[in-house]
Design a protein around this ligand. Structure first.
Ligand code: SF4
Ligand code: SF4
Length: 73
């Protein structure tokens, strides 16, 4: 299962900002309700969470960047 952002529909004011910033079409408005579509195209950019003015949208995933171990060469 692909890890996707989640929306607290009680907090969502349907401003549509998350829909317009998501470049992969994972967030759509269906009958005036914001809906997340599970897709592997979501690249976990967390932009949708960042633009949400009400804190309704949460990206539960974390992106961990690990440094390559140093090699003595
Ligand atoms: S994390 Fe990025 S790609 Fe994934 S749904 Fe949000 S805006 Fe779209
Ligand atoms: S940005 Fe937040 S408040 Fe606006 S439609 Fe998306 S989830 Fe709802």
């Amino acid at each position: 299962m692909t890890e996707m952002p989640s929306i607290d529909k009680k907090k969502c004011n349907r401003c549509g900002l998350c829909v317009s910033v998501c470049g992969c079409g994972a967030i759509v408005m269906v009958n005036n309700v914001v809906t997340i579509i599970e897709t592997e195209d979501c690249h976990w950019c967390t932009t949708c969470e960042a633009v949400c003015p009400t804190g309704a949208l949460t990206c539960s995933f974390e992106i961990v960047i690990e440094e390559s171990p140093k090699t003595d060469s």
